[in-house]
Ligand binder design. Structure first.
Ligand code: ZN
Length: 333
């Protein structure tokens, strides 16, 4: 069988159990006044702007007051306390968020930089939603309560980063719109893919050793990329054909190395995400999506090589040889 991006793949049945939904790591309190006249119930509405802030959200407490005219005609102040997830401060290398607005969509909190254009904001929300749907459908579910810090940073344009332990995802764009500059020459749908990719790292992190350095770089990045692509394909954000052409272009770059050379991932060992994605596609062609979840669940108590043996009946060496043979024939287009 020639597995293809977005095509029918085996064993799409939902696994019987879901991972524990992560509790909100931390909260901050926003004190908001809702008057009887506006019918507010004290909850922030979907997509409602909670507050504007010019500094990091870590210590934000916003207080807004207004006067309510009660039936007795006595003027009085009423308050309702609402909590929304606190966004952890990003690592110092990113700097604090600049002026931004905070919104919530689908249980996710967004810190949108003021200069992030509306179309980019919308695409990021669509990408996260697509990732949630995909992870719920094929990989057994994923916790909510993340924060997305989406900002303009020309030097990092088109990148994304999941901050393990902080439930924080950083996304970067340019103020003229994602993909609008030569240094970030990705198609626009790539933004949504990146959001889903980073959310898949959160899925991995929900396993005790699911994101650690003990896993090969190609394995964890390949799954994030595979899930990110399929999420946006299934959501109709990009066509199957366009996404596959994009992945094939990267996987077949002339400097692409043998897969084992992508076990190490650091500043001097960059990843070929397209190739890593095809390695995951190969694994899924054997035993479907649910086996990927089984594989990840085993990392807590055995090495990745032993887990591969347990789930797929092959050592890393055998898998690498099989993948090299598959690759030599040319990835199906
Ligand atoms: Zn990644």
């Amino acid at each position: 069988m020639k597995p293809k991006l977005g095509k029918q793949r085996p064993n799409h049945g939902r696994p019987p159990s879901r991972p524990p939904i992560g509790t909100l790591g931390c909260l901050f309190t926003v004190l908001v006044v809702f008057t009887n006249a506006c019918g507010g119930d004290g909850r922030l509405n979907e997509g409602q702007t909670a507050l504007q802030a010019s500094t990091t959200a870590t210590q934000i407490t916003a207080t807004t007051t207004s006067t309510t005219v009660l039936p007795t005609t006595t003027s009085s102040l009423s308050t309702t306390t609402t909590t929304i997830p606190l966004c952890a401060a990003p690592p110092s290398r990113f700097g604090a968020p600049g002026p931004h607005v905070i919104e919530t969509h689908d249980g996710t909190t967004y810190l949108f930089g003021e200069n992030v254009i509306a179309a980019d904001r919308q695409l990021a929300v669509q990408g996260v939603k697509a990732g949630l749907v995909y992870l719920d459908k094929y990989l057994g579910g994923v916790g909510r309560g993340l924060c997305i810090d989406f900002r303009v940073d020309r030097s990092r344009a088109s990148q994304g980063e999941y901050i393990s332990g902080s439930k924080l995802i950083l996304l970067f764009t340019v103020d003229t719109g994602y993909g609008s500059t030569p240094e970030a020459a990705h198609p626009r749908w790539h933004l949504a893919k990146t959001a889903a990719h980073e959310y898949t790292h959160h899925w991995q992190a929900e396993f005790p050793r699911g994101l650690g350095a003990q896993l090969p770089g190609w394995l964890r990045e390949g799954l994030a990329e595979y899930a990110g692509f399929h999420a946006v394909i299934e959501a109709g954000i990009v066509s199957d054909r366009e996404a596959r052409t994009y992945a094939l272009r990267e996987a077949t770059l002339t400097d692409a190395k043998p897969l084992p050379e992508y076990e190490l991932l650091d500043a001097t060992h960059p990843m070929n995400y397209g190739l890593a994605q095809f390695a995951i596609e190969r694994l899924i062609s054997y035993r479907g999506d649910s086996a990927i979840r089984t594989l990840w669940s085993l990392f807590e108590r055995m090495s990745w090589g032993d887990a591969l043996q347990a789930v797929y009946g092959m050592t890393p060496e055998v898998f690498y040889a099989d993948f090299a043979s598959f690759r030599a024939k040319g990835f199906p287009s």
